[in-house]
Design a binder for this molecule. Structure first.
Ligand code: NDP
Ligand code: 2IT
Length: 448
């Protein structure tokens, strides 16, 4: 799609020139700019006040060396990042990703997306992301701890419970958050809610572990209701087998669906009888093993050593929960021709632009990541609230608040799409609803 206004085309070209080679960031910006074009045409004051120019430029990019000592006594050096993108509606908030593919472009794309996602939650949180090209796979617990301590030694200078509150993402779960928190507490001599996704015994919130996956299913349920449908009796294909995938599967099964696939970066399993989630949890959460082991232990299941082929399996509903750009146009065509009628994104930006275009123009119910996976960060914000109160809520209360937030996100995205003449297009709706709140806050603050 091309822009109707020369203003946005020029702005996009400037983003590309100023952030060379950061293709994931360009992709994320282009999608948002395309969606908000009708808002800018209707409200030229956003253009006059330079709101979009400011929004595409991070408030601060922090890039640092992370030296650590491996089990052989050798010094290893990784790169750490924190992109504090926008604090227009609250302190910077967003996860940390530890994966070898992490570079500035990935962190910027994730931080940019986080601005609008966090705005959609209705809670007062700005947008940020961070991480490192450190690969936790195959590292001992001692190595992971030493890496986390070194990473936090630098990061601690830039974050704080009222400034920037990181959390987990790929490769960063409750174990890593524990090591990061311990080091922050030691260096700063302060016990504050500076991270979310903490263990339950030192300030974590109930439901945070489950929140992204559960929230994804709550959002999808609302989307399905639009067609008089539900999860009940549906074949659901899920990619990934990490935090988001596992708890999306748990909630989908609880709502009556049959989950038939899960994957990791090496391959996927297909179990026509329905995935045995307790077995997946034993392999992935307890033993930190590979999904291949499922097929060794469960004779009904087939293992395919190519994770990209997962979308060839016929399903009714697809929940991509692994990583960015895991669904291209070819996969989208396969999904639709095999009868898939709903796709909701648990991962960040898992569908590429051509796949999204294909889903939307073929009548597929499509829940974009910013809206559909916002349950994780929303529950993080509830963790911040509980930490501030020095109190904790029970599981049912947090779960009910999460569900309420996801229903509201669906409704505000759906309403914004209809208001701008794009009924049913939740990509446009989520971007518009997320943008307006942030843009109006920026107008109030003046040139800052
Ligand atoms: P985890 O590290 O727990 O799990 C990641 C899963 O995705 C693993 O199964 C991993 O396989 C797979 N994966 C990672 N990279 C690739 C790749 N390049 N190709 C294929 N598979 C891959 O991370 P999460 O479950 O937390 O995150 C999954 C997605 O959800 C990410 O896009 C993340 O940004 C997003 N997200 C996470 C939230 C959270 O609260 N955790 C909130 C909102 C979104 P392998 O083990 O082989 O690497
Ligand atoms: O992408 C995301 O929304 C997350 N990884 C969760 C961020 C958070 O602060 O809980």
């Amino acid at each position: 799609m091309n822009f109707k206004t020369g203003y946005l085309e020029e702005l996009m070209q400037r983003v590309i020139a100023r952030n060379r080679g950061e293709v994931e960031f360009h992709q994320a910006v282009r999608e948002v700019l395309e969606s908000i074009e009708p808002v800018l045409i209707k409200n030229p004051r956003y253009i006059g006040k330079g709101i979009v120019e400011s929004l595409v430029e991070p408030e601060r990019v922090i890039k640092f060396r992370v030296p650590w000592v491996d089990d052989m006594g050798r010094i290893q050096v990784n790169r750490g990042f924190r992109v504090q993108f926008s604090s227009a509606i609250g302190p910077y908030k967003g996860g940390l990703r530890f994966h070898p593919s992490v570079y500035e472009g990935i962190v910027k794309f994730l931080g940019f997306e986080q601005i609008f996602k966090n705005s959609l939650t209705g809670l007062p949180i700005g947008g940020a992301k961070g991480g490192s090209d450190f690969d936790p796979k195959g590292k001992s617990e001692g190595e992971v701890m030493r890496f986390c301590q070194s990473f936090m030694t630098e990061l601690s200078k830039h974050i704080g419970s009222n400034t920037d509150i990181p959390a987990g993402d790929i490769g960063v779960g409750v174990r890593e958050i524990g090591f990061l928190f311990g080091q922050y507490k030691r260096i700063r001599n302060g016990f504050t809610g500076v991270l979310t996704g903490k263990g339950l015994n030192y300030g974590g919130s109930l439901v945070r572990t489950e929140a992204t996956g559960y929230g994804l299913c709550y959002f999808t349920e609302e989307m399905l209701k639009e067609r008089g449908e539900s999860f009940c009796g549906k074949r659901v294909s899920i990619s990934g087998s990490g935090n988001v995938a596992i708890y999306a599967a748990q909630k989908a099964i609880e709502l009556g669906a049959k989950v038939i696939t899960m994957s990791d970066s090496d391959g996927f399993i297909y179990d026509e009888e329905g995935i045995d989630l307790e077995l997946v949890k034993r392999i992935k959460e307890i033993r930190r093993g590979r999904i291949l082991e499922y097929a060794d232990m469960c004779t009904d299941a087939v293992y395919v050593p190519d994770c990209c082929k997962i979308w060839e399996v016929p399903c009714d509903i697809a929940l991509p929960c692994a990583t960015q750009n895991e669904i291209n146009k070819h996969s989208a065509e396969l999904l639709v021709s095999n009868g898939c009628f709903a796709v909701a994104e648990g991962a960040n930006m898992p569908s590429d632009p051509d796949a999204i275009e294909y889903f939307l123009s073929n009548g597929v119910l499509f829940g974009p990541a910013k809206a559909a996976n916002a349950g994780g960060v929303a529950t993080s914000a509830l963790e911040m609230t509980q930490n501030s109160m020095r109190y904790s809520w029970n599981f049912e209360k947090v779960d009910a608040m999460l569900k309420d937030i996801m229903v509201n996100i669906y409704q505000s995205s759906s309403r914004a799409a209809a208001e701008y003449g794009m009924k049913g297009n939740l990509v446009a709706g989520a971007n518009i609803a997320g943008f307006i709140k942030v843009a109006d806050a920026m107008l109030s603050h003046g040139v800052v």
